[in-house]
Design a protein around this ligand. Structure first.
Ligand SMILES: Nc1ncnc2c1ncn2[C@@H]1O[C@H](COP(=O)(O)OP(=O)(O)O)[C@@H](O)[C@H]1O
Ligand SMILES: O=P(O)(O)OC[C@H]1O[C@@H](O)[C@H](O)[C@@H](O)[C@@H]1O
Length: 529
């Protein structure tokens, strides 16, 4: 090869080498920029997560303050302070279903006595009774054959119907006609096991899971809608009259003999099987609590003192608010865009309708500011309520090492084909933060009720004390990490010793039985019995 060719080849080789070096430099710069961008993205994600950890923290001392604030608001509501956030509604249920109990009690002077204890009337109810339980997501029609003192609940049947969303925002007549039509269909399937004596009218206990200003055990006017309901023309109307008219339009011969909130129904159903039930808490689509108050501790009660000396109060605790509540930017934005801005502040931090939505809002911020799900924010993540609490629960309970179930949930819901392991772990952590805050706040509310009742400590006379809180609602029943955290927090607040006398137990579907029992105990035929 001539000299010129050699030089030429050398030049080409050098040029190629230079190009290669140039490319390498460009590639390494790109890699460095990508690495720097990735580091920056991770820093942003960590900053958002740390901010949520701070905003959502509920140290025990704060929970104690919230419980005290709950007690103060309970007192305020019992004084009929019109500005009170807790309505503390009189239920007109002053005689809970119960049994006669014989229990050993250690008297103050240390001797052991056999005392007969019985609160209110024994539920010696017989007959066929219906209940209708209208909740925030579904409603149930129930029939119960009662067999009196010995047989108690002989047989019960129920059907659950999802409430079509359009009826939640339609008219009152459309909603009640739909409900009455389902009730009429259910009655037609009565069958041989249930029998109504000739000449008797069917009677119904109506469980209505919204705040009602009751004017009697079987009448009351709707104060406001909550959760996903917003029906014009119903507020201020008597819900029993509305339902009765719809039942008539169905040609059904049935009388509503009791109207109760689902917390009151759960308390009645709970007490029917356990005399020590003093309160009932619902953690479902919404949240609320009822408890047994001493009638002489209700300043706004100007009726006759009930024989039992007690009155069940529907707290409507979902509307609790306090400057101690750890409200975040996500809560404020959710509230602003809700059907009832400024209302139900406590409920929006705790209950099933909202937990998933809070998680969505946090993930949306992470997607926008830290590209958690890639450079493009998944369009479905912008959609209100696209992430429901049952989905959040399923993700939260994923125990696989690579969170593949959580990943497939994100794919199903957000249309995100594949997520990084980092994104899946951050999503899990966000579910934990939101569920834990809700559970701990609910525990603080229960602790407040126990304090109001003086059941947060063991009695000084060393007598045995057993306090039962009946729980119900799909959130408490199905979200195991939530209910476990609630119970652990309540034990922490009470302290081991006092906690040993408090039992928190699932009273599944207690409100249906409770409503039927109250319908029975207020039957138009009762006095004739
Ligand atoms: N598997 C689940 N995990 C977490 N929450 C659930 C689950 N299933 C249901 N829920 C919550 O429970 C709510 C339904 O509660 P439920 O008491 O059954 O009905 P309602 O609120 O209509 O009375 C749903 O809105 C949902 O938020
Ligand atoms: O059973 P649900 O639908 O979860 O309702 C629970 C509570 O939800 C609240 O929004 C209502 O004001 C209460 O009256 C009700 O008890």
């Amino acid at each position: 090869m001539g000299k010129g060719a050699v030089v030429g080849t050398a030049v080409v080789v050098c040029a190629a080498a230079a190009a290669a070096v140039g490319v390498a430099v460009v590639v390494s710069r790109r890699r460095r920029r990508r690495r720097e961008a990735e580091d920056e993205r991770k820093r942003k994600a960590a900053a958002v997560v740390e901010e949520v950890e701070r905003a959502f923290s509920t140290p025990t001392a704060l929970l104690r303050g919230i419980a005290d604030a709950m007690v103060e608001e309970m007192e305020r509501g019992l004084r009929a302070d019109l500005q009170a956030p807790l309505k503390m509604l009189i239920s007109y249920v002053d005689n809970l279903p119960t049994g006669m109990e014989f229990r050993f009690r250690f008297g103050g002077n240390g001797n052991v006595g056999l005392f007969q204890i019985g609160y209110g009337a024994l539920m010696d109810e017989h007959g066929l009774f219906y209940a209708l339980d209208l909740g925030g997501t579904n409603f149930r029609v129930i029939r119960v054959q009662l067999g009196g003192r010995e047989k108690r609940v002989v047989k019960q049947q129920y059907e659950e119907v999802s409430i079509p969303p359009h009826l939640m925002v339609g008219t009152s007549t459309e909603l009640f006609d739909f409900i009455a039509a389902e009730l009429e269909k259910f009655v037609r399937t009565e069958g041989e096991d249930f029998h109504l004596p000739d000449g008797k009218q069917r009677e119904l206990g109506f469980t209505f899971s919204f705040p009602v200003h009751q004017t009697s055990i079987s009448s009351g006017t709707l104060i406001k809608w909550t959760k996903g309901f917003c029906i014009n023309g119903a507020v201020g109307e008597d819900v029993v009259a509305e339902l009765s008219r719809a039942i008539e339009r169905q040609g059904l011969d049935m009388k509503v003999t009791a109207l109760v909130n689902d917390t009151v129904g759960t308390l009645a159903g709970g007490r029917y099987v356990d005399n020590d039930v003093v309160a009932a808490v619902i953690l479902g689509t919404g949240t609320n609590a009822a408890y047994v108050e001493h009638a002489n501790a209700i300043p706004k009660w100007n009726g006759l003192l009930p024989k039992s000396g007690n009155m069940v109060i529907n707290m409507e605790w979902g509307n609790f608010r306090s400057d101690k509540l750890p409200l975040s930017e996500y809560d404020n934005a959710l509230d602003f865009e809700s059907l009832n801005p400024g209302e139900q502040v406590y409920e929006k931090m705790i209950s099933g309708m909202y937990l998933g939505e809070i998680v969505r809002r946090i993930l949306l911020k992470l997607a926008r500011e830290a590209s958690l799900f890639g450079d493009v924010v998944p369009p479905k993540l912008e959609q209100l309520f696209v992430l429901r609490t049952p989905d959040m629960s399923a993700m939260h309970h994923d125990t696989s090492h690579d969170l593949k179930h959580l990943g497939s949930k994100l794919k199903d819901i957000l249309g995100v084909p594949d997520t990084s392991l980092e994104a899946r772990y951050i999503t899990l952590h966000v579910c934990d933060l939101v569920a834990e805050r809700g559970a701990r706040l609910a525990a603080a509310g229960i602790y407040g009720i126990l304090k109001k009742l003086g059941k947060d400590k063991l009695p000084n006379d060393f007598s045995q004390q057993r306090t039962v809180v009946a729980m119900d609602g799909g959130l408490y029943e199905h979200y195991k990490k939530f209910s476990a955290c609630l119970e652990a927090t309540l034990t922490d607040l009470l302290g081991e010793e006092a906690a040993s006398s408090v039992i928190v137990k699932l009273a599944n579907d207690g409100s249906g039985i409770g409503a039927a029992l109250l319908a029975a105990s207020h039957s138009q035929y009762a006095e004739a019995a």
